[in-house]
Design a protein. Structure first.
Length: 190
């Protein structure tokens, strides 16, 4: 599961029209525009971008990466070259495809403990912070204090700023299943 902002804020100039098309909320001094995340629906497929590195000479004639593609370099070959940022990853190089199973728009604070755990925040201990699975195995008592929702709040503040949690914006909550294959390979197989 993942959550993305449902609206993006754009400064409105004094000469801008006050009533824009549907899907736009106008407020004093700024306009909220729909983000593309609001158009995602069950059945849609999304390809995951990640930091990556590869040898261009190893890509075959169809643009398919060989099995020796690494998101973080190949330590066996001593290839510790700096991976390229995920924003530059081409679609054909993706290795993960997300198939959307459900979407909903809700306020950020409406996230449940189960949803926060699905977001990957299951190992946050109230009053302590993040723990590892090894720490949980060594001291199972931590399980009495797991607080995934607080962990999600911590990550949200880190990503969006300290005031972002208090603002309680509308978000698009997207549930999905993951397939370890390129989105275009998946479409060909279907």
């Amino acid at each position: 599961m993942t959550r993305r902002l449902a609206w993006r804020q754009v400064v409105t100039s004094p000469t801008s029209p006050k009533n824009w098309r549907d899907g736009v909320h106008c407020c004093d001094g700024y306009t909220l525009l729909e983000t593309p995340w609001q158009r995602v629906k069950p059945g849609d497929r999304l390809w995951v971008r990640e930091n990556f590195s590869y040898d261009r000479l190893d890509v075959d004639k169809d643009g398919i990466l060989p099995p020796w593609y690494w998101a973080d370099g190949n330590p066996e070959d001593g290839d510790w070259t700096k991976p390229k940022p995920s924003i530059h990853m081409p679609r054909w190089a993706s290795r993960l495809t997300l198939t959307v199973t459900a979407t909903k728009i809700e306020r950020l604070h409406d996230i449940s403990e189960a949803d926060a755990k699905a977001e990957g925040c299951g190992l946050y201990v109230a009053g302590h912070g993040w723990i590892t699975e090894d720490e949980l195995r060594v001291d199972p008592g931590y399980s009495n204090y797991l607080a995934p929702r607080l962990g999600f709040e911590d990550i949200w503040r880190q990503l969006h700023g300290d005031d972002a949690w208090a603002a309680n914006p509308e978000v698009v909550a997207i549930s999905f299943k993951t397939s370890a294959m390129n989105i275009d390979s998946m479409e060909c197989a279907a």
